[in-house]
Design a protein around this ligand. Sequence first.
Ligand code: HH2
Length: 282
Amino acid sequence: MRWSGRQFEFQFPRPALVLGILNVTPDSFSDGGLYLDPGRAVERAHRLVAEGADLIDVGGESTRPGAAPVDEREELARVVPVVERLCRELKVPVSIDTRKPAVAERCLDLGVAVVNDIGANREDPAMWRIVARHRAGYVAMHMQGDPRTMQVSPEYGEVVDEVAGFLGGRLRKIEESGVTLDQVVLDPGIGFGKSLEHNLALLAHIHRYRRLGRPVLLGVSRKSFLGRVLGTVEGERLPGALACSVWAASQGVELFRTHDVAPTVQALRTLEAVSASSRPAS
Ligand code: HH2
């Protein structure tokens, strides 16, 4: 299987890919306010690449539960100065985490290679046409509702099948808009309109999404459900995130979006070393 867009191409099977998160927002749930200054943001991106990030995912709008939407001008003002420099300076592809077609288009003009779209549940094909025109990589993520209200009382008949049905349906719509399937990665959207039980069920059955025929991306980094598993809302969430990532990688998941690049890369490389030397039991 191949994932390609613009200037990049990844062929699977291969070691799992790690997307380093760079939020240039005042209010992201974990790194909000840390990288609003473009110089600090660029420095952080270089550091994440040195730690082993295969792509850098830049976001200018927090989509944490309850977050208010950011208008287009503000989002552009946050991301453009950073994206401009990263596209010139980094050797790895840059991804833009946005729901807005105009933000995606401006960033693609600056050299971004991937659009990471948490708003793939919209009914307007404008974003997909832009992705098609630029032949960009595209991440289609599942979300129930929108960030403002998505965690109020998420409900599903059967969450694993419903999310799979949604992602399968999106693949058809995306293709109709002129995007080739080689450009697309699928993401079940951990924490986006999901209770703790929903998140755990999606993780337990994560291999289900690989049957859709596209690489799968997982984003669990520092998310609150990790604290709830342990009965604490606050606190260190890295061990839980690493456990989920190693589990998902063992089930064949190909891409991981994380704030904690170095430990994630180390955990994945260790799993891959063990898998490579495993033999069928005699
Ligand atoms: N999670 C977040 C943002 N973008 N994109 C994908 N594809 N998958 C995810 O799970 C995902 C995502 C939320 O995390 P973060 O960017 O750290 O926080 P915030 O939205 O508050 O900026």
